[in-house]
Ligand binder design. Sequence first.
Ligand code: ATP
Ligand code: MG
Length: 436
Amino acid sequence: MLSRSVRGTRDILPEDVPLWRFVEEKARGFFSCYGYREIRTPILEYVDLFVRSLGESTDIVEKQMFVIERGEDSLVLRPEGTAGVVRAYCEHRLDVNDPVQRFFYVGPMFRGERPQKGRLRQFHQIGLELFNVASPLGELEIIEALVGFLNVIGLSGYTVKINSLGCEKDKLRLSDQLRSLLQGRKDDLCSVCRDRLERNVLRILDCKNEQCQSVVRSLGVLDSYLCPDCKEHYEKVKSFLSHFKVKFVEDPFLVRGLDYYSRTVFELTHPSLGEGQDTFAAGGRYDWLVNEISGGKMDIPSIGFAIGVERLLIALAGSEKKKDMHNHFDVAVLYFPGLEIEAFSLAREIRKNGIRVLMDLTGRSIKSQMRWANRLGTRWVLILGEEEVKEENVKLKDMRQGDEIFIGMGEVVQKLRNMLREKGEGLWLRGEKSNG
Ligand code: ATP
Ligand code: MG
């Protein structure tokens, strides 16, 4: 089966790439306005990094890691982005000049899951991490930025869910409470969750099994387990969000899939994604993770989130923004037989100026070149015949309006530049694309 990709992986084909780039570039640009700088960490990390930070009884560590044994080393294809960023922050002592640091990342993550819609073995995340902010302003900045980004790319119809797990002690109180509530329902839980009851009861809240979900939903209202500090923190988070009109709902059974979270956790869901994988972005506070990874050397309360890009794109499908993506070329050069050298020179000259131009290389007739240009959806075509070559000019046709003019060879580039500027399109080279 040489012509089949690995189960749970996907090719991103050229027709989809503009949409990916649109989302990634908007994210890079938008989050840079908040001071987030891009960081690129390796895809390979040591297994222990994730076992220690995500927690031994999480889905990821229990059954989803792609582990590679190589000599003495146990390596893993990173299943998520935060642990690697935290490792880099500790390893390079990025706290030394200013412990408050903001990082943006984008890249592939790997989890051995059963592939289905919105659930892949290689998928992509865009994430932010904000280090050394203990105040609820951290939650405000990060959630407001996330929602602002979604607005910029034109996504609507999602729900922001939030909850607070509290500090270590609160999490223990919450766990005790859940354990005693669930003890009586033990027989209704899946075998994994029965085991989790003792080992890590919070994980039961995140179980994908429908039966376990319904047991959890039937537990009713929990007694408050937040200490005064954590309660005050959570109230502040909610009031900040309300002040900035970020709509959210509280979900008392929301925990994230990883053990490192404390205090605030949040998730964004979209109805177009379907049961079980309707979360397209998730995050929370991880006040003890830096301490854990630095071996107790650094105490840096932090917070972050990750967006699942594939799920985001499913949620975004059908929006207006998506339809704008598909203009591949500005111009096509059409030419009569025997003029390929002249056509190639013309195309070359235009390209050097950052304009996207295509010429036919298969030697088809001028009529089928015209049909081909139509299919490509180019806005203009340049038509080169014997006459034109002799006169040193070329026919320029506007494919939408249908009008044709002759222009001198030497003026083609300037003319195209001007027309592209009028359309607000700008050029593709030398950073001119965005400012036209
Ligand atoms: P889920 O509960 O759906 O399994 P998760 O709790 O494992 O998600 P996180 O580890 O919080 O997810 O990752 C953040 C986001 O990354 C998710 O909200 C989702 O959009 C995306 N994501 C996670 N796992 C996958 C996957 N296997 N395929 C595609 N996207 C994924
Ligand atoms: Mg998962």
